[in-house]
Design a binder for this molecule. Structure first.
Ligand code: N01
Length: 538
C-alpha cells in the first residue's frame, strides 16, 4: 500500500485511465460538472483503439454516422464522414478533432501507462502510479481502458530467434511500411486479419496466411457518402441515435421478430439475400430473432453463408479450408469484408491450415509447421486480444484490504452492471465485463456508461455522499443474470474471446452482456431512478 503521506502531490476528484472514446468523454463531462480530473494515457495521443490499430484495412464495421459521439450538436454539424464505414486514419482524425474542439488534451498525460491503482481506507482516496513514476490521488477511479486493448501474442517456441521483423496488428508501426517486395506471414483469420489480409494481398511480394479457424465473413459494402446522403444524415441524427438506443446491439440494425423457422424456404432465402446485399451488420444483427439462440434456425443461415463463400473462391481445395465447419454462424464476431475471399484467388497468396499442419516453431528465417518450413521477411500476429479483462488485469488494481481485482476475478468476473465490483469503492469501469458495451456498437454504449457514471457522481455530490459501492447481493444477481442471458444463446458453446477461450489458462466464462443494449440501458435507468438500488453510499 502506498503511504498516504507519500502520495502524489496532486489530488483530483477523478483519475481517468485511458484517453480513447470513453476516457475523452469522461474528461469532457467531469469538467462540465466543475470537477477536477486527470487522464493517464499510454499512447502519445488520444483515440485508444483507433490510435493503436493502424494496420492497413482497419476501418469501422459500424455505419460511420452511428459511431461518432452523439452528445454535441456542434460536433455532429461540423464533422462529415467521407465513407459509410470510415477508415482508421479518418476515425483518428475525428477523435483528434473532438479533442481539439473541447481542449481535452490539457487534462491528459500522454506516454504515461498506469501500473498500479490502490484504494486507501485511511482517507478513502484512490492512488495511482504510472510506469514513468507519476503519482496522483483522487476520490474516484474511472477505468476507460478498452475491451480489446491488451494484445495477445501466442508463445511460439523460437519466436525470438526470427531475424526478420515481426509485430502484432495493434502495434503496427507508425511509419509507412512497404510490403511490396516482401515475403509476409500473417497468423490468424479473425476480424482484424480479414481486413488486413485483403489490403496486404493487393501489394505484397508473397503472402502466407496461417489459419486455425475459418470465419463466416459478410461483405461490408462500403462506399463514399455523396452530398445528398450527407445532408440526409445530418438531418436525421436524432432518429439514427434513437434507433441505436432502442436496438439490441446499439446499431441501426435490429432483429426481425419472426423465427427463421416460421417462414417458408423461399421467403427465408429472399430475406437472407436482401440482408446479404445490404451494408454492414444487418445480416447478423438484423436477421430472424432466433438465429443466435436456436440451432435449427441457425443452420438455415449457416448453410446460406457457406454457399456464398464457396462461390467466390477459384480453388475448391482452398474453398474447403475457408468454409467454417464447426461453429454456427454468428457465434463468433462476424468479420465484414471487402474482397477477402478473392485475395485467395491471387497466385502470390497462400493459405496454410494449422489443423492439419500446426506451427511447431519460429526459425531464424520464418515459421516451421509440422509439414513445411516457410521463409519470411515479416511476420504479423493477427492473433487477437486478452479481451475485456486483459487491460484491467495488466494494472495492479487493489481495493479494500489490498484485495486484488485480478485475483477477485480469477474464476470469472463478478460485477454490478459491469460498472462496479464489490470491494472497490468509488471505482467505476467502462467497457468492462458484463457491460453492454462489450457487445455493442461500442461508442453508443460507452456514452451511456460515461453518462450514467457521471450522473451517479453528480447524485453523490448533491447528497453529500463520498463513497459508493455495489452490494454483494446486487453483484450476485447481476452476475447470474449476465450468465443466464448468455445461456439462452449459442455463444457459450463456441470458443471465442467472448468466452475468454482464446487465452491459454484464462477461465472459460462468458465475459460480455447479451441481454440487449436497450435492456441494459433501461435497467441502468431504473436503478438510478430508484436512488441507485443495489449500491450503498457513505
Ligand atoms: O482477434 P480474434 P481479432 N495459433 O481473437 C488466431 C474487433 N475488431 O483481432 O479462431 C494460430 O477474433 C485465432 O484462431 P482461432 C472485433 O470485435 C473490430 O481478429 O482461435 N492462430 C483467430 O483466427 C473482433 O472480434 C473491428 O482458432 C491463433 C485470430 O488469431 C476483435 O476485434 C475490426 C493462435 C484471432 O482472432 C478481435 O479480432 C477488427 C495460435 N496460437 C477487429 N492464437 C472493427 O469493427 C490465436 N490465433 C473495425
Amino acid at each position: 500500500m502506498i503511504d498516504p503521506d507519500q502520495a502524489g502531490s496532486s489530488t483530483y476528484d477523478a483519475i481517468v485511465i485511458g484517453a480513447g472514446i470513453s476516457g475523452m468523454y469522461f474528461i469532457y463531462r467531469l469538467r462540465e460538472m466543475g470537477l477536477t480530473a486527470i487522464g493517464f494515457e499510454a499512447g502519445s495521443g488520444v483515440g485508444g483503439t483507433w490510435y493503436w490499430n493502424r494496420y492497413p484495412g482497419a476501418r469501422f464495421d459500424s455505419e460511420s454516422y452511428s459511431y461518432g459521439y452523439s452528445f454535441s450538436e456542434e460536433v455532429l454539424n461540423e464533422w462529415e464522414w467521407s465513407e459509410h464505414f470510415a477508415s482508421q486514419p479518418e476515425t483518428l482524425r475525428y477523435l483528434n478533432f473532438v479533442a481539439d474542439k473541447f481542449d481535452l488534451r490539457r487534462d491528459i498525460r500522454f506516454n504515461t501507462r498506469v501500473s498500479k491503482a490502490y484504494y486507501n481506507e485511511m482517507d478513502g482516496l484512490w492512488r495511482v502510479e504510472t510506469e514513468t513514476g507519476d503519482r496522483a490521488s483522487a476520490r474516484f477511479l474511472l477505468t476507460a481502458v478498452g475491451i480489446l486493448s491488451e494484445p495477445y501474442i501466442p508463445d511460439f517456441p523460437g519466436a525470438d530467434t526470427f531475424e526478420g521483423k515481426k509485430w502484432h496488428t495493434s502495434t503496427w508501426p507508425h511509419q509507412p511500411v512497404d510490403l511490396g517486395e516482401k515475403r509476409v506471414g500473417i497468423i490468424g483469420t479473425g476480424a482484424t486479419a480479414v481486413q488486413l489480409i485483403t489490403e496486404v494481398a493487393k501489394n505484397v511480394g508473397d503472402l502466407t496466411v496461417f489459419q486455425r479457424t475459418p470465419n463466416y465473413c459478410k461483405p461490408l459494402r462500403n462506399s463514399p457518402i455523396d452530398k445528398a446522403t450527407q445532408a440526409e444524415i445530418k438531418a436525421s441524427y436524432a432518429e439514427i441515435f434513437d434507433k441505436c438506443r432502442r436496438s439490441f446491439g446499439g446499431f441501426i440494425h435490429d432483429f426481425d421478430t419472426r423465427s427463421a423457422l416460421g417462414v417458408d424456404e423461399e421467403e427465408r432465402l429472399e430475406f437472407y439475400e436482401r440482408l446479404w446485399n445490404e451494408r454492414g451488420f444487418g445480416f447478423w444483427l438484423g436477421s430472424f430473432i432466433d438465429i443466435l439462440s436456436d440451432v435449427e434456425a441457425n443452420q438455415t443461415v449457416t448453410e446460406f453463408v457457406r454457399k456464398k463463400i464457396r462461390e467466390r473462391i477459384d480453388d475448391p481445395d482452398v474453398a474447403k479450408l475457408l468454409v467454417p465447419k464447426c461453429h454456427p454462424f454468428g457465434t463468433k464476431r462476424v468479420p465484414l469484408e471487402s474482397g477477402y475471399y478473392e485475395a485467395y484467388n491471387r497466385e502470390n497468396v497462400h493459405l496454410v491450415d494449422l489443423h492439419s499442419s500446426p506451427i511447431q516453431c519460429f526459425t531464424e528465417t520464418g515459421i516451421k509447421t509440422s509439414s513445411t518450413e516457410y521463409e519470411f521477411d515479416v511476420i504479423i500476429y493477427a492473433t487477437g486480444f486478452d479481451a475485456v479483462t486483459g487491460a484491467l488485469n495488466r494494472i495492479d488494481i487493489r481495493g479494500e484490504n489490498g484485495i486484488s481485482l485480478k485475483e477477485k476475478w480469477a474464476d470469472g468476473p463478478r460485477t454490478m452492471l459491469g460498472m462496479q465490483t464489490v470491494g472497490f469503492p468509488n471505482m467505476f469501469i467502462t467497457a468492462g465485463p458484463h457491460n453492454a458495451s462489450s457487445f455493442c456498437n461500442v461508442p453508443r454504449c460507452l456514452e451511456q456508461n460515461v453518462e450514467w457514471i457521471t450522473e451517479c457522481i453528480g447524485y453523490m455530490r448533491d447528497h453529500e455522499y463520498t463513497h459508493i459501492e455495489a452490494t454483494a447481493e446486487a453483484e450476485g444477481e447481476w452476475t447470474d443474470h449476465v450468465l443466464e442471458a448468455a445461456d439462452e444463446t449459442l455463444f457459450p458453446e463456441v470458443d471465442s474471446w467472448f468466452m475468454g477461450a482464446n487465452i491459454p489458462g484464462k477461465k472459460r466464462v462468458f465475459l460480455n452482456y447479451v441481454g440487449g443494449t436497450q435492456n441494459f440501458r433501461e435497467k441502468c435507468d431504473v436503478i438510478a431512478a430508484d436512488n441507485y438500488k443495489g449500491f450503498t453510499f457513505r
